[in-house]
Design a protein around this ligand. Structure first.
Ligand SMILES: *Cc1c(COP(=O)(O)O)cnc(C)c1O
Length: 392
């Protein structure tokens, strides 16, 4: 019997052809496909600039560097996220601080965020995460950021194709300085590994291009050492400058060809994910102890995950036993997320276990059910029937 995972990528013959075409005729890395993919994503989300990198984590890292976050700075984010959203602050020597979530949206609670920022006094950046693909209340978060003179980096790893309440696309940076996407296979579109930063700032764009490739000058950076750069007024053919410390976070042409091909299917992906989410909503609402989440986001979310809350205590079965029973039925669910401050690294760095009651209570009940483009109605019905059987 086939396995039904919580998430899965979808590839068609066009995707495969686009990759094979690069292998036969292309440059492999950093050729024309990178720029094509960047231009396609920038156009789709309505941003001026886009920089593609090797992963969403790399994107978060250099976004923090370009944002000028460093030693002694504090960065505010949500505990209900993948560890990368907080780790990026630690990479640059800053301290991530968490702020509790809203029980309905499961995103940062803006009121609590304002209080967290006031308590912290200095907040260099806010990193909101559009959990499961549902956008945060960005107009309010932007206002809070402005009050504390903070920059805003959206972690939109779940949210390619989502829109704010005003209809503008996530990634347009209408309320942020930079937005970060991931193209890991469980996310909305896949490049195997891959990520991107979008921005409307030319200066940030230039910084990001350099940081992606060792801190070496790119684009139209004028040389800092013109005496080495020019002979008889013309740029020396071998010349480049490393002006700051950067990384090899480059993505390949092979991956970007796949990304561009995947992006063409984004609307199909989003439509099917929404349809499946609405189907889950209507059927699961009838089942005792099971509560769908984020129902208010059905028209704006990218629906990366479908999360239910299950009152395991009332259902008389632990989550571990529940998940094991599902695995025995070939249904592989997951929990998103273990609160970031629960991890030993954060614990060792002074984060206590009992500070974010909403996120902590949510974690006790959370379960992500299978949701992906190719999930059939029949398989979804099978999943629902097994869950019903286990809570009854
Ligand atoms: C997946 C993910 C990332 C990291 O992206 P990678 O491409 O896997 O490095 C960051 N933040 C969130 C919320 C994610 O889900």
């Amino acid at each position: 019997m086939k396995r039904i995972p919580y998430g899965q990528h979808f590839l068609d013959e066009d995707d495969i052809r686009s990759v094979v075409d690069v292998l036969r005729h292309g440059w492999l890395t950093q050729g024309p496909k990178v720029g094509e993919f960047e231009a396609a994503v920038a156009a789709r989300v309505g941003a001026k600039y886009a920089v593609a990198v090797s992963s969403g984590t790399a994107a978060l890292h250099i976004a923090c560097m370009a944002g000028g976050i460093g030693k002694g700075d504090t960065v505010a984010t949500t505990p209900n996220t993948f560890v990368a959203s907080a780790n990026c602050a630690a990479y640059v020597g800053a301290t991530p601080q968490f702020s509790d979530i809203d029980p309905e949206t499961l995103n940062l609670d803006p009121e609590k965020l304002a209080r967290t920022c006031a308590d912290l006094k200095q907040v260099k950046a806010i990193i909101p995460v559009h959990f499961a693909g549902m956008p945060c209340n960005m107009p309010v978060i932007r206002k809070i950021a402005d009050r504390f003179d903070s920059i805003v980096i959206e972690d939109a790893a779940h949210a390619l194709g989502a829109t704010y309440d005003d209809g503008r696309p996530v990634g347009s940076c209408a309320y942020s300085d930079m937005t970060v996407f991931s193209f890991h296979p469980v996310k909305i579109i896949a490049t195997a590994e891959g990520g991107m930063i979008t921005t409307n700032s030319r200066a940030l764009y230039q910084d990001l291009l350099r940081l992606r490739s060792h801190g070496i000058n790119k684009g139209d950076d004028p040389p800092l050492h013109p005496e080495h750069a020019y002979t008889d007024g013309a740029l020396n053919p071998w010349y480049y400058e490393m002006r700051e410390i950067g990384f090899n976070y480059r993505i390949t042409d092979v991956q970007c060809a796949l990304g561009t091909s995947q992006l063409e299917k984004l609307d199909r992906f989003l439509t099917r994910r929404r349809e499946l989410a609405l189907r889950y909503d209507s059927i699961l609402a009838e089942i005792p102890h099971v509560t769908p989440t984020q129902r208010a986001g059905r028209s704006t979310s990218a629906h990366h995950l479908y999360v239910v809350r299950i009152d395991f205590e009332a259902a008389g079965r632990s989550r571990a036993s529940f998940m094991r029973e599902l695995i025995a039925r070939n249904i592989i669910c997951q929990v998103h997320y273990i609160p970031v401050h629960y991890h030993p690294y954060y614990r060792a760095n002074g984060h206590r276990h009992d500070r974010f009651p909403v996120a902590e209570h949510y974690y006790e009940q959370a379960l992500s059910l299978p949701l992906y483009y190719e999930l059939s109605d029949e398989d979804q019905d099978y999943v629902i029937a097994q869950i019903k059987g286990l809570v009854a």
